[in-house]
Design a protein around this ligand. Structure first.
Ligand SMILES: [Zn+2]
Length: 378
């Protein structure tokens, strides 16, 4: 097991030296507040360390678990919480065997101004709108009353996310504040950012084309790089990413935290759209160019069925691509379980690739891989 973890860490190191932390465990690989305008630091103890966490208004168990990099089941077990109900008493203290320790939440007082809504105030402070509303619920106001000017709000912000938002610049091309909570197959997305329209690609499902600020930013960079390096004249078809607030999506197993995106295999331009996509009809060179572009950004893995990887490999060999580049990009021919290459096997991914992006540097509650959820993505 240790060897496997090592190999995984080593592969990640080869691909992206920049954001990798020592230790081989890559569940928090790219979270680094030094890169996100925050003065606050996140501590990563060398081994799991017991700490106490006092629940602030609106926090859920899942969120607290993600924050400290532990399983929700362990958090429940350590605190004798049996119930499936995720809401807990504010002010209660939990014992947590933390893998990471972000700075504690901070209370910010805010008086609602003209034009504010629950959603806009939540977005500006990096907290959940639902939680903000719940925290300020009164029986007289009820659940659905709009936020009134002059209402005094007490908002428990995450200092890292809050600083990052406050440092926003007018020339930011991608909105800040879109963060993933938890792992790709169990978590959610907060303040999802829509993939912008652009040249050379289309959005097949606009309602499910939301991601974290980081993932959308990295995607846009990769798409621009792809356009610059490819001769492909077709249009890339972007499929499902996440819904605006993430969570479960159709029969997809992941796609919950705004970091997963399906992209249809690029079709040869001489193959009409109505024809079923078979390996011979794929423009492998275009896919190669896309993979190279993704390898330059914070894409942690690209899933493609192993048998298709064989076709991909052969096509690229025939085009004269060298062994070193093939090894760097493709898992094939080293076995469908090998922790090698950017492109990895996942069954059923034979008409599209599934790209997973890393956690953004300011995403204190993001879990990089479904490290303990197990199994490949869908
Ligand atoms: Zn997928």
């Amino acid at each position: 097991m240790r060897a496997v973890v090592r190999a995984l860490g080593f592969a990640a190191l080869l691909l992206r030296p920049a954001g990798v932390r020592a230790g081989g465990d890559d569940w928090h690989r790219s979270i680094d507040p030094a890169r996100c305008d925050s003065a606050e630091a996140i501590e990563y103890p060398p081994t799991q360390r017991w700490i106490r966490h006092r629940l602030v208004p609106g926090e859920s168990l899942a969120q607290v678990a993600a924050r400290y990099g532990v399983r929700e089941a362990d958090l429940r077990a350590h605190n004798g919480i049996d119930s499936r109900v995720p809401t807990l008493v504010v002010g209660a203290t939990l014992r947590v065997k933390a893998r990471r320790v972000p700075p504690p939440r901070r209370e910010v007082l805010y008086t609602a101004r003209e034009g504010d809504s629950w959603a806009s105030v939540a977005r500006a402070h990096g907290v959940s709108s639902k939680q903000l509303r719940a925290h300020h619920y009164t029986r007289e106001r009820g659940w659905h009353a709009p936020l009134r000017e002059g209402t005094a709000l007490r908002i428990w912000v995450d200092p890292v996310v809050h600083d990052w938002l406050r440092a926003g610049r007018p020339d930011d091309t991608i909105a800040r504040g879109g963060v993933g909570i938890g792992a790709p197959d169990t978590g959610e997305l907060r303040h999802g950012v829509a993939i912008p329209e652009g040249e050379g690609y289309t959005l097949r499902f606009p309602d499910a084309s939301f991601g974290t600020s980081h993932a959308v930013g990295e995607l846009v960079r990769a798409l621009a790089d792809f356009r610059a390096r490819t001769d492909y004249e077709g249009t890339l078809e972007l499929g499902t990413m996440s819904r605006e607030h993430g969570g479960a999506l159709g029969d997809h197993r992941s796609h919950r935290t705004g970091r997963d995106l399906d992209i249809a295999l690029p079709r040869r331009v001489d193959v009409p759209g109505w024809m079923p996509l078979t390996p011979r009809r794929v423009d492998w060179r275009a896919l190669w160019d896309l993979a190279l572009a993704l390898a330059e950004v914070d894409a942690t893995v690209v899933y493609l069925d192993y048998t298709l990887q064989r076709d991909f490999y052969r096509a690229m060999r025939a085009e004269g691509v060298g062994d070193e580049a093939l090894r760097r990009i493709l898992q094939y021919p080293r076995g469908h379980k090998a922790n090698l290459g950017l492109v990895r096997h996942a069954p059923g991914h034979d008409t599209h690739v599934h790209v997973r992006f890393g956690c953004g540097p300011c995403e204190t509650e993001c879990i990089e891989l479904g490290a303990w959820a197990g199994g490949p993505a869908r």
